[in-house]
Ligand binder design. Structure first.
Ligand SMILES: [Zn+2]
Ligand SMILES: [Zn+2]
Length: 281
């Protein structure tokens, strides 16, 4: 799973990375830190995360140090646990998120990568793993890291939903995402319609090679020598529209995209009905 940037209280990304992962057999959230330079907002991110965990009514969590050297030198996860109570949990009730964050950071300073110190010193190991039995799914952890915007950062196979999510985060200042090197692939069952070549040819010939919306010529000829125009069904086939000349228009690629995706798509369709007499509703 790829990393995410924690989203702060103001709805913008913090420069602090986290990963939802399984560690020592537990599912939880790893908050990364490779020092001030790479994750300058680590402290703020930790505060936001603690706040969100508290705000859904969770009173205690497990916190483990999780930097590679610490994990190597303290293989037993209990020996690198940060807690503020004898029960081994880090309790959240009755304290502000910022105080809890400070307390956690102070406790981190008792650890070097090789030993437990008697005095808090230095920067400590800052990669930590948070876990609680009360947060069961990765989606719930995603909500902790990203707040209300979490759904918009999830991947989707639905093209319209993708556009909507892009729209919802478009005004944010976005840090460079890691992306996914091997996007998840699914097999879907799609309904496809069988189309008649004579209807397509007839409509393109009727258009004289010009888009019936913007009236500009087709941008190129296709490899069979036919002007490249896309034949669009004014009433979609999926909504019971017919594959007939009375329901078809020849559009340039721009206008065809616009009629499907533009904010003005209804206007474009209305004007096509107005100026193309062969169309029937
Ligand atoms: Zn056009
Ligand atoms: Zn179309």
């Amino acid at each position: 799973m790829s990393f995410m940037y924690v989203i702060g209280f103001d709805g913008n990304q913090l420069n602090s990375k986290c990963i939802i992962a399984e560690l020592d057999g537990l599912n939880g959230l790893i908050l990364e830190s490779w020092g001030q330079k790479n994750n300058p907002h680590y402290n703020e991110a930790l505060k936001v995360i603690i706040h969100r965990i508290k705000s859904i009514g969770i009173q205690k969590i497990n916190v483990f140090l999780a930097s590679k050297p610490v994990m190597k030198n303290f293989p037993d996860s209990n020996s690198r646990k940060l807690y503020n109570s004898k029960d081994g949990f880090f309790h959240l009730e009755g304290q502000q998120a910022e105080n809890l964050r400070l307390d956690l950071c102070r406790k981190q300073k008792f650890f070097s990568s090789t030993e437990i110190k008697t005095q808090a010193r230095g920067n400590g190991s800052k990669r930590i793993f948070l876990h609680t039995d009360e947060i069961k799914s990765s989606n719930e952890w995603r909500k902790i890291a990203l707040g209300d915007l979490s759904l918009n950062f999830g991947s989707t196979t639905d093209v319209d939903e993708l556009s909507k999510r892009v729209g919802n985060i478009f005004e944010m200042e976005l840090l460079k995402p890691e992306g996914v090197s091997n996007p998840h692939k699914l097999t879907t069952q799609a309904i496809v319609y069988s189309r008649s070549p004579d209807v397509v040819a007839y409509i393109i010939k009727l258009s004289d090679g010009n888009c019936e919306a913007c009236e500009k010529p087709a941008p190129f000829k296709n490899k069979y020598g036919v002007p490249y125009l896309e034949v669009h069904h004014v009433i979609p086939l999926s909504k019971g529209g017919a594959d007939t000349p009375e329901n078809c228009v020849a559009l340039c690629p721009n206008c065809h995209r616009a009629i499907h995706f533009s904010e003005n798509n209804k206007k474009i369709t209305a004007s096509l009905y107005q100026k193309t007499s062969r169309l029937s509703r």
